[in-house]
Design a protein around this ligand. Structure first.
Ligand code: TTP
Ligand code: MG
Length: 348
């Protein structure tokens, strides 16, 4: 039997800001793009969430909900550095897989005898992260990645939730189907319409009906609802992609402005790649029109670390979208399929 940890940092960007400036501790802090009237919330401290502020919400709406909150710009390279330090701590304790800037899995099955020992280890890891990096995390411990992930979200912030084999059913059953990865508001609505609200309902549902409603993925929903997941913790990719986006002050179809912005975003992505010693294979661009219609388009190359390649491919991918009558609201560029050119990273 496996023992898997899922570790997710609490209100990550906001927690780092609170650590950097202790006066912000205990206060409503909102980190996001600062463009007046157009920015979006990256994250909010738990104090700010009490007012209903959430990731992805326009800053203007957040301001209406809580005008006394402290609004801060995103300092991505600072968060990247803190993330790096924390991931280095986690790596020591088992087979390690980083899934995002603030989330990782650990398979400790080889090192730990049972779930009680695992809980003790999780307490030590939480203490070490807090002592060294001054921020809290939530940890879920379970026999597989799926349940560990759901358990890590169960008691946030500063949570620790252990789900043993024999507890899987009683843990999952009462939770909303939204707790399952891949089930968003649209799928939830369709499930609700056929009387399925909880994961327990989904586990009991007629699989043929699920396939009729959702196609093959209906089988995955059913499998997840039963808590079945055999995916290994994989050490392959630590950071999967690096990207930047920009929302224009005003929707635009000024080709010069759009191309210049693409170059500047590519430069930022490239700086980040350099710092991490990565080469990349795939370039993806994103375009959002004024009516929020959004497209992404990608192309893969041979491994390269060249900024010129990134800009050349980025512009080529972007060009078919520049001849629409609609104006452009946002563009983004992302590189993925990354490979480390040096294994040891140095942050000054
Ligand atoms: P999450 O782990 O989803 O959120 P969180 O760490 O802020 O809060 P929680 O305690 O619920 O885990 O995302 C990690 C960071 O990624 C988050 O701090 C900011 C960034 N992010 C965005 O920039 N935009 C988004 O829409 C989301 C969801 C996250
Ligand atoms: Mg988090």
């Amino acid at each position: 039997m496996k023992i898997i940890f899922c570790i997710d940092l609490d209100a990550f960007f906001a927690s780092v800001e609170q650590r950097e400036n202790p006066e912000l501790r205990g206060k409503a802090v909102v980190v996001g793009d600062q463009k007046i009237g157009r920015g979006v919330v990256s994250t909010a401290s738990y104090e700010a969430r009490k007012f209903g502020i959430k990731s992805g919400m326009p800053i203007s709406e957040a301001y209406k909900l809580c005008p006394q909150a402290i609004f801060l710009p995103v300092r991505f390279s600072l968060y990247q550095k803190v993330s790096y330090n924390i991931m280095e701590i986690l790596k020591k304790y088992g087979k390690f897989e980083q899934v995002s800037i603030d989330e990782a899995f650990l398979d400790v099955s080889e090192k730990i005898k049972d779930f009680d020992e695992a809980k003790q280890l999780a307490i030590l890891i939480k203490e070490e992260i807090y002592e060294k990096e001054g921020i809290t995390c939530s940890i879920g411990i379970a026999p597989n990645k799926l349940i560990a992930k759901i358990a890590s979200n169960f008691k946030k912030p500063d949570g620790l939730t252990v789900v043993k084999n024999e507890e899987i059913k009683s843990f999952l059953s009462p939770l909303s189907v939204r707790e399952l990865p891949g089930i968003g508001p649209k799928t939830e609505k369709v499930l609700n319409e056929i009387g399925i609200k909880t994961i327990g309902d989904l586990a009991k549902a007629d699989i043929l009906l699920l396939i009729e409603k959702f196609g093959k993925i209906g089988m995955d929903f059913h499998r997840m609802a039963k808590g079945i997941d055999n995916e290994e913790v994989s050490e392959k990719h630590e950071i999967k992609s690096i990207g930047r986006e920009h929302t224009f002050e005003r929707d635009t179809n000024d080709l010069k402005l759009i191309n210049r912005m693409l170059e500047s975003l590519a430069k930022e992505v490239h700086d980040e790649l350099r710092k991490e010693n990565f080469m990349f294979r795939t370039v993806t661009i994103k375009v959002r029109y004024e009516d929020f219609e959004t497209h992404t388009h990608n192309k893969s190359l041979n491994f390269t670390d060249s900024l010129e390649d990134m800009i050349f491919v980025g512009k080529k991918l972007l060009s078919p979208f520049l001849h629409s009558k609609k104006r452009i609201r946002l563009i983004g560029i992302r590189v993925s399929n990354l490979m480390k050119t040096q294994t040891k990273l140095n942050f000054s």
